[in-house]
Design a protein around this ligand. Structure first.
Ligand code: SF4
Ligand code: SF4
Length: 362
């Protein structure tokens, strides 16, 4: 309603700059829950992105837009050089310096800082040559540049399922952090580059499997809004798959027997809202695991929960569903494919969550 009034210009008269508009949108996590639940499909995350974009066009932005909003760019730069990555990780682990890093980045002082990988996953992880059907493993910027075993496990799982995985020849970033910080021209540039890299594979009929749900969801939601004239977006919306979607279409593949395994599954909010989590739910049901599926967002939601001023709300959101679910099941395996969800779980619950590929290759 506040946006409607802004457009009408009678009650809200300052347009994009109106404090009422920013106050109303400030605590939106951009989880896209509304896009799923609203009967008319109102996507407040997209509106928030557009409002921020209009507000700061040609102006100096909050610091977090240059740090968290450009995180994939920084990640690529840092993980290219082992010494640089080690130095930055040491800096971020040193108490006094850590405070300065957080302040500079516009990050809340109570937040832990993630560790950069010493080498990008696409350089670090060996993909053995072998027979099998070709599949392209799209390693997003988060899976590529931060620590974690998700990429190793994904390669192993694909080989077990009879595929011959290969990485992309160069980086393809979906621009999600540019979208969520309202830098929509930058997001378009990232998307166009990613389309140039990904589309030839999709057009050739090679399945492309992604790891980070929020990056996958971009092809099925924001990309079409940002590049409405580009017909390649629709091809990627159907041609870039989640791991569960790919495996469910793989003839002869059966999940391992997980009878007796208790799982708490946290679907990433964009996975649940945009992609749909049914393929994952079916796969887990077929594995025989006992699954508790958490509803709602983890509360970190990309840059939202990291930004100064959002910490308390971020924790309150986590306390609504996710934290009670894992605290009630201290021995359960926690499944979370989203980088944000795993980060939030590690920070607030002290639990290391695994990706679907890690779970299926344990
Ligand atoms: S927090 Fe989520 S559900 Fe609420 S308005 Fe924002 S995107 Fe929609
Ligand atoms: S659910 Fe959708 S239609 Fe209903 S008030 Fe919210 S945005 Fe409007």
């Amino acid at each position: 309603r506040v946006l409607q009034e802004m457009i009408n210009g009678e009650v809200i008269t300052m347009g994009w700059k109106s404090p009422a508009v920013h106050q109303a949108l400030d605590l939106c996590l951009s989880c896209k829950g509304c896009a799923r639940d609203c009967p008319t499909g109102i996507d407040m995350a997209s509106y928030k992105s557009q409002v921020i974009d209009h507000t700061y066009k040609g102006k100096i932005r909050p610091r977090s837009h240059y740090t968290l909003g450009w995180l994939p760019r920084w990640g690529r730069m840092i993980t290219r050089n082992r010494a640089l990555s080690a130095m930055i990780n040491t800096t971020m682990a040193t108490p006094g310096l850590r405070r300065v890093v957080r302040w500079t980045a516009g990050v809340d002082q109570r937040r832990a800082l993630p560790r950069f990988a010493t080498r990008a996953a696409r350089d670090r992880v060996a993909v053995p040559a072998g027979g099998g059907r070709r599949v392209v493993l799209w390693v997003d910027s988060f899976s590529d540049c931060f620590t974690g075993e998700g990429v190793e496990a994904a390669v192993a799982l694909l080989i077990q399922a009879g595929y011959a995985p290969e990485f992309l020849e160069r980086n393809a970033c979906c621009g999600l952090t540019w979208i969520s910080t309202g830098q929509r021209d930058g997001a378009r540039r990232q998307l166009e580059n990613a389309l140039d890299v990904l589309h030839p594979h999709v057009a050739a009929g090679t399945p492309v499997v992604g790891l980070e749900p929020s990056c996958l969801a971009v092809w099925r939601s924001d990309a079409a809004e940002l590049l409405p004239e580009d017909p390649r977006v629709a091809d990627l919306a159907t041609g870039v798959l989640t791991m569960a979607e790919l495996l469910s279409r793989t003839e002869g593949w059966q999940p391992p027997d997980l009878s007796g395994v208790e799982l708490v599954a946290q679907p990433h909010c964009h996975h649940a809202s945009v992609i749909g989590w049914q393929a994952d739910a079916d796969l887990l049901a077929a594995s025989g695991a006992t699954v508790t599926t958490v509803g709602g967002c983890c509360g970190l939601a990309g840059n939202f929960g990291a930004e100064k001023g959002h910490y308390d709300v971020s924790v309150l959101v986590a306390q609504h569903d996710l934290l009670p679910a894992v605290e009630a099941r201290p021995d359960a395996v926690v499944l979370a494919d989203g980088f944000s969800c795993r980060t939030q779980l590690a920070e607030l619950a002290g639990r290391r969550a695994v990706t679907l590929a890690e779970l299926l290759t344990r």
